[in-house]
Design a protein around this ligand. Structure first.
Ligand code: ZN
Length: 268
């Protein structure tokens, strides 16, 4: 039996690419089809009826017609426009960071409902005015879990012993924590016991359970840098939207959070 020529799906518009004069190719994250591409004809013409339903970061119900190479979007209806994410630059930068990570880690056409749910939960969370840095750390840890890169935060990756209440080290290459005894020449980032406990809590909890957590700015920045370096290692490149995040809030002092390795003397 041949597949029907048209189909419907929910999707979040995670990327837009211009094509020719007025057309666009949209990257869509869907609950049942994973990441797909959709051709949107004349989307950039002023009279386009679908444009408002196909904005970046919008959650919409779509109809698509199958094509030989690319399916064409033939209908769109907004489910949630996440309007605050489009009118507040800070929120836009946070939201685009989440869609960039989903785009980077998701393979084409591989269903992953938990990732779709996590994306919706995170976009929704960003509109609710909590600690958005904490929300991003929650998003990163859960996304990494879902795509097979869950960092080991409970035990030393090398000797498997439970970590003691001391400053242990996070190794991107090892995919988790090392105890001080197992730390050789790897590039690592020191994590205080408190920092590690926060990451563990985020990793093991639903967002509702941790959204009220209050974290000092310095600790929040350290968690961000550790996660950023782990993501950079996994993706083998910088996450592009982090540059925008940084410029909007006036630069992180990267020097304060320099990695520690025995070959480079630690800052005194
Ligand atoms: Zn060890």
């Amino acid at each position: 039996m041949s597949k029907p020529r048209t189909y419907k799906t929910e999707a979040v518009i995670i990327k837009k690419t211009k094509l020719g004069e007025a057309d666009s190719i949209l990257t869509l994250y869907t609950p049942n089809l994973g990441k797909i591409q959709g051709f949107a004809r004349s989307l950039r013409k002023p009279k386009s009826k679908m444009a408002g339903h196909l904005e970046l970061l919008t959650h919409s119900q779509l109809s698509l017609a199958r094509g030989r190479n690319l399916d064409t979007i033939i209908g769109a209806q907004t489910i949630n426009s996440f309007l605050p994410l489009k009118t507040d630059l800070d929120l836009t930068s946070y939201a685009l960071y989440t869609t960039e990570l989903v785009n980077q880690f998701a393979a084409d056409n591989v269903e992953d409902q938990p990732v779709f749910s996590l994306l919706i939960e995170t976009l929704q969370g960003l509109t609710q005015g909590g600690d958005n840095d904490l929300l991003l750390r929650y998003f990163e840890l859960h996304l990494l879990d879902m795509v097979g890169y869950r960092p080991q935060l409970e035990r030393c990756v090398t000797c498997k012993s439970a970590l003691k209440d001391t400053t242990n080290l996070f190794s991107p290459a090892a995919g988790g924590m090392l105890c001080p005894g197992c730390h050789r020449n790897q590039l690592t980032y020191p994590l205080s016991e408190k920092a590690r406990k926060v990451l563990l809590l985020l990793q093991h909890s639903g967002y509702g359970e941790v959204s009220g957590l209050e974290i000092e700015r310095e600790l929040s920045r350290r968690l961000e840098m550790v996660m950023r370096n782990y993501l950079r290692y996994l993706l083998e490149r910088e996450v592009k939207s982090t540059a925008w995040l940084d410029s909007l809030r006036g630069q992180i002092d990267d020097n304060q959070i320099r990695p520690y390795s025995p070959t480079t003397p630690a800052k005194t």
